[in-house]
Design a binder for this molecule. Structure first.
Ligand code: SAM
Length: 277
């Protein structure tokens, strides 16, 4: 198969797609790009990845599940930075991205040897319904065309099991430093930042129950009391990034009714709210 060509399985139907992604161009030095952008904080890219991984594991545990027993999908996994830290803590990890070059880099990392990587052309996810216990997308949605946000969240919801989790980590459009970094980032030229409120609306449209919303990365330093303070302030739109965690109801009828109503409200919200940079 040629470069950028991928074969994947949709149910029992094998499909071949040709794809290129703007992120192909950054696959070989993605981490260096980020290091240059966040260098002024005195923190490495790893620090920011680690903060999200720790937050994800702690939050899932606090929601009563055991990460080590979970099958997870890293949607928009890029070069597998998160996966390299997450692998020892979860049961089974899959990674999916539209950038074939990024997936190649992710695959080459020895820490990611057990991760099952795949590429797809966007749109429908190449997995059966109810496949995963959790699907997370870290700083991906702002690269997805705004008109596809609803479908993106609906697809994440489709592939998780009832009771499973959909997790977004996104840039906080209300944080001036975040906006400044995004404005200087070459691969964020297409970025349309979305607020935690918009993300919650998308979850409702997809029929998810919002379980947890938190703003994080308020301080670029570690330390017990700073972490406590950050946690105390997490409901305010202050941190550089935020997360919204939603859960797929075990019994779906009431959420389907809510979803139809939420869909109408969401269309209205997407028309009025613009956080583009
Ligand atoms: C800023 S990078 C983040 C990569 C990774 N999640 C991380 O935190 O290091 C955004 C990634 O989203 C991917 N992406 C964009 N649109 C996508 C889509 N519709 N489905 C899956 N991945 C997508 C890009 O190819 C890119 O690898």
């Amino acid at each position: 198969m040629g470069q950028g060509s991928v074969q994947f399985q949709m149910g029992w139907i094998p499909m071949v797609a040709q794809m290129t992604s703007e992120f192909d161009a950054y696959a070989s030095d993605y981490r260096e790009h980020i290091e240059r952008l966040v260098g002024f904080t005195g923190r490495s890219h790893r620090y920011f990845v680690e903060t999200k991984v720790n937050h994800l594991l702690e939050t899932l545990t606090s929601l009563g599940v055991v990460p080590k027993q979970m099958r997870m999908l890293d949607l928009g996994c890029g070069t597998g930075e998160t996966d390299a830290l997450l692998v020892p803590h979860v049961g089974e990890l899959h990674g999916l991205d539209i950038s074939a070059a990024s997936i190649e880099v992710a695959r080459q990392r020895p820490e990611n040897a057990s991760v099952r990587y795949a590429t797809y052309p966007g749109g429908q996810l190449p997995y059966e319904n109810d496949t995963f216990d959790a699907v997370f997308a870290i700083t991906v949605l702002h690269h997805v065309p705004r008109g596809d946000w609803t479908q993106f969240c609906q697809e994440m919801t489709r592939v998780i099991k009832p009771g499973g989790f959909v997790i977004l980590y996104e840039h906080n459009p209300f944080n001036p430093l975040t906006r400044w970094i995004v404005s200087r980032c070459e691969f964020d030229r297409d970025a349309v930042l979305l607020s935690a409120r918009t993300a919650q609306g998308l979850y409702q449209t997809a029929g998810l129950c919002v379980e947890h919303v938190a703003h994080l990365l308020l301080f670029p330093w570690q330390g017990t009391w700073l972490r406590r303070l950050e946690r105390a302030l997490q409901s305010l739109s202050l941190g550089a990034q935020y997360t919204v965690i939603g859960r797929k109801p075990v019994f779906g009828n009431e959420s389907r009714t809510a979803s139809v109503q939420a869909q109408a409200e969401m269309s209205e919200l997407l028309n009025v709210e613009s956080c583009g940079t």
